[in-house]
Design a protein. Structure first.
Length: 464
């Protein structure tokens, strides 16, 4: 192990790495990974812990670890993650109303991220900013921590500090948080972070968990590897005592506490006077076509649409004779909450067709208002990058049956006060902390509840 670069001041993480690398098989996997990725080498890989994190996340399976690392490098390149902190401008509504933030350090020197997630207004946020912008804002926040803050902490302390302590406060968590698009957004964000920021969770504390929490946790649990699941601990009513064993009182918290989003932030159609209307029956589709003439300067297709109630599937195709070539791949759009807009460069002249799909809906007719035009002026917008689009496409889906059940079990929202505080049902479903002789908190198993809802979410697709 003489060539593995350990920090000058040992901590629990570096001791764990040292123990892992005493194992000949794990050591061989580390050395092989370091050799195998020379063709995609990045400056941060000079820090051996950066490669170690990917190995540990995939239980030292060399093939899986290398695949994960290569996918991560491609993801960074396609989304231009290396300069996202410098170029991404976070919308005011996110800064003011998206809960959570850094508030200090724990007793090990790790940054503490405190999120009173029960105070967030999911639908207000969704009505005020596009899903893609919200997603990128959270990736930007992650980059600020992982590639900017943590290296500074390591330089200052001389310790292997690669993780963050998270505190999620679920006080006021209620029915409005069971909203399916919000659950799906968090599912996609969780999966992306697990795949690209491994071993950055030091420990997670859940406080003020309501009775519905075990069901919500089971939806997200399959996205975490077993090692990460073991770091998640739900605390009971006496959570302050446990938190203060890890975090000094003066480090908690001074962050954004969210609240209802004013309607002045809500997104509105860009061209309301130019929109056409169309009713799309249940189990039906509607198609609208535009033509890009030949021999003209660069043209773009711009769209903006909204429904009175509910989501639609959306796809943009190029008609090449009898074939349809996808230029904007099919995706579900939550256009009942806010308008969905975009601008795409036309790769060639010809006929382009937009499909608005309601075929998955068994009961509801949707009233569509849409704008679809060929334009030459970017109008201050950036054309959609297909690589970025592919990376940001939703992939975590909650079925309608699961979403309905969650809403029914979600109980009252914070106005009634019924959802406040940790419930007996939530406490019974999770581990109980006990104080050990060294003054730290020893936890038993991570939350152990039925996986039925998680399997429902995986097996029941709303778009069959």
């Amino acid at each position: 192990m003489s060539d593995f670069k350990f920090p000058p001041n040992q901590n629990a993480y570096s001791q764990m790495a040292e123990g892992d690398l005493r194992d000949p098989k794990k050591r061989a996997a580390f050395e092989a990974l370091r050799r195998n990725v020379r063709d995609v080498w990045r400056p941060e890989f000079e820090d051996d812990f950066q490669l170690y994190r990917f190995l540990r996340a995939r239980e030292f399976d060399l093939a899986k670890s290398e695949l994960m690392l290569r996918n991560h490098i491609r993801w960074r390149k396609e989304l231009r993650i290396d300069d996202i902190v410098d170029r991404f401008q976070e919308k005011e509504v996110i800064t003011k109303y998206y809960t959570g933030g850094l508030c200090g350090e724990d007793k090990e020197g790790r940054p503490v991220y405190y999120d009173p997630i029960g105070c967030i207004d999911p639908q207000g946020i969704a009505k005020s900013v596009s899903r893609e912008e919200l997603f990128l804002s959270q990736i930007c926040r992650a980059e600020k921590i992982v590639t900017h803050l943590l290296p500074q902490v390591r330089a200052r302390t001389g310790k292997a500090i690669y993780g963050v302590t998270f505190v999620y406060d679920l006080q006021h968590f209620g029915k409005k948080h069971m909203w399916r698009p919000s659950l799906e957004f968090y599912g996609d964000l969780t999966r992306t972070c697990e795949q690209n920021y491994p071993e950055t969770i030091g420990i997670v504390f859940i406080i003020n968990a309501p009775a519905i929490f075990p069901v919500v946790f089971n939806l997200l649990k399959p996205l975490f590897n077993p090692a990460t699941q073991a770091k998640i601990h739900v605390l009971g009513k006496d959570y302050q005592r446990t938190l203060l064993q890890y975090i000094d009182a003066d480090q908690l918290p001074a962050i954004c506490f969210g609240g209802p989003v004013p309607e002045s932030f809500y997104l509105q159609p860009k061209y309301p006077d130019c929109m056409q209307s169309q009713h799309i029956g249940r189990r039906s589709k509607f198609r609208a076509a535009v033509t890009v003439p030949a021999g003209q300067p660069q043209r773009y297709i711009e769209w903006d649409f909204v429904t009175s109630d509910g989501d639609l599937g959306f796809e943009l195709t190029f008609k090449d004779g009898k074939e349809r070539l996808s230029v904007y791949p099919y995706r579900k759009v939550n256009c009942g909450t806010c308008p969905f807009s975009g601008l795409l460069a036309c790769p060639r002249p010809g006929v382009y067709e937009a499909t608005f799909d309601n075929s998955f809906s068994w009961l509801r007719t949707k009233k569509l208002r849409y704008y679809l035009e060929v334009v030459t002026d970017l109008r201050g917008q950036e054309p959609i990058d297909p690589a970025v689009l592919a990376n940001l496409a939703p992939s975590f889906h909650v079925s309608e049956s699961v979403a309905d059940r969650l809403e029914q079990q979600g109980g009252a929202d914070e106005d009634s006060g019924e959802a406040d505080g940790p419930s007996a049902a939530a406490s019974a479903a999770v581990a109980t902390p006990s104080i050990s002789s060294n003054g730290k908190t020893d936890f038993q198993a991570a939350p152990t509840v039925t996986d039925q809802d998680a399997s429902d979410a995986e097996s029941e697709d709303s778009f069959k």
